[in-house]
Design a protein around this ligand. Structure first.
Ligand code: NAP
Length: 341
């Protein structure tokens, strides 16, 4: 076991792209454990668009990360020392571990929602998949299309950021449910991937000049359900294609996360199309067993494809996060913190 713990602590709030200098990389000696405490070696960290929002001092669903605080991040780690009767060396834990080599947590913190001990069945899957298709991203896609805006056979579903972690699973769930699925993504390669490898019916490259026309051509019967990950101009274009009574699972608005400018959105279309637009947060789904079982089953049957882009090295976390915004990854973006994992 390494004798020190490297941590990335927020130093300055980024403006636009995240810079390495926005974080202090500090090495701390590993602490003695107190009664009830557990030391977890961080193996993989989930890179999530919401982390860019956590870096900002604006109203949001969790407190912003404070200056000087270890950057908040979901991850998977292995217990390497324990003074808790509930955790043994070797246990795998998923939860908010942070941008650091080791997380020292009390069993009371681990008992709070947001942390789970991974069982034997989960451990049959690769760890990055447990953060992606069969983890938080997959569950978000699952509940968005099951609970928030269920899609029916024969309906048209449009998914934005469709080649990313949540979007790629949402589109595939749409196909499993018998919908006609159209993905929106940046670039010809990603669009080809959606149709040829993931089985989408059509894909629209929003970086191509004629993309609104292409969206219209790809949705001849209009759009019944929109699984929205991007917001802004893309969402407005999809809403304008929706049928009367269409439903929107408003999952994320990544187009606005990197900028302090608030878009002046015109929602009159939601009125005249009698749309139901429902925002949701996966952290409200405490019992995710149903989703994990369904996603795991589809993966085993080969009906769902999981893809991950893995970046190595804790020190690379700040710059890696920008890949969520420049689109230079496919599927789930994860950071491997422990080179041995
Ligand atoms: P991701 O899709 O793997 O990565 C983000 C993708 O968004 C990029 O690959 C990029 O794809 C696209 N993008 C970035 N900036 C864009 C822009 N300005 N315009 C158009 N596309 C842009 O990330 P993810 O983790 O799956 O998250 C996707 C969305 O789900 C985010 O909005 C996130 O906040 C949301 N989310 C919500 C919940 C919830 O509980 N509600 C949970 C997880 C995630 P291209 O190359 O195609 O541009």
């Amino acid at each position: 076991m390494s004798e020190s713990n490297r941590q990335l602590r927020l130093k300055t709030r980024p403006e636009g792209d995240v810079r390495r200098e926005d974080f202090d990389l500090v090495a701390q000696p590993l602490p003695e454990l107190g009664d009830g405490e557990v030391l977890i070696r961080v193996l993989y960290l989930s890179m999530d668009p919401t982390q860019r929002v956590w870096m900002r001092d604006i109203p949001q669903y969790l407190p912003p990360v404070a200056i000087g605080e270890v950057m908040r991040a979901l991850g998977i780690g292995r217990v390497v020392a324990s003074r808790s009767a509930h955790y043994a060396e070797g246990d795998l834990v998923q939860g908010l571990l942070g941008w650091q080599d080791y997380a020292q947590l009390h069993e009371k913190q681990l008992a709070a929602s947001g942390y789970v001990k991974l069982g034997a069945q989960a451990q049959q899957l690769p760890l990055p998949t447990l953060l992606g298709a069969c983890g938080m991203s997959g569950m978000t896609a699952y509940y968005g299309l099951t609970d928030i805006a269920p899609v029916q056979p024969g309906e048209t579903l449009v998914v934005s950021a469709a080649a990313g972690s949540v979007g790629s699973i949402a589109g595939q769930i749409g196909k499993i449910r018998g919908a006609r699925v159209v993905g929106i993504a940046g670039g010809a390669d990603k669009c080809r991937y959606l149709v040829e490898e993931l089985g989408f019916d059509a894909a629209v490259d929003y970086k191509a000049g004629d993309w609104k026309q292409a969206l219209k051509a790809a949705t001849p019967d209009g759009v019944h359900v929109n699984f929205e990950n991007v917001g802004g101009e893309i969402m407005r274009a999809v809403l304008s294609r929706m049928v009367i009574g269409g439903r929107v699972a408003l999952c994320g608005v990544i187009a606005g996360y990197n900028s302090d400018e608030r878009p002046a959105d015109d929602f009159s279309v939601a009125i005249y199309k009698r749309l139901t637009i429902r925002g949701f947060l996966i952290l409200d789904y405490k019992q995710a067993k149903e989703a994990v079982q369904a996603l795991g089953g589809w993966l085993r049957e080969g009906r769902l494809k999981a893809e991950e882009t893995v970046v190595d090295g804790l020190e690379n976390a700040p710059l890696a996060l920008n890949r969520l915004f420049d689109g230079s990854h496919r599927g789930k973006l994860v950071l491997r913190v422990d080179p041995a994992s």
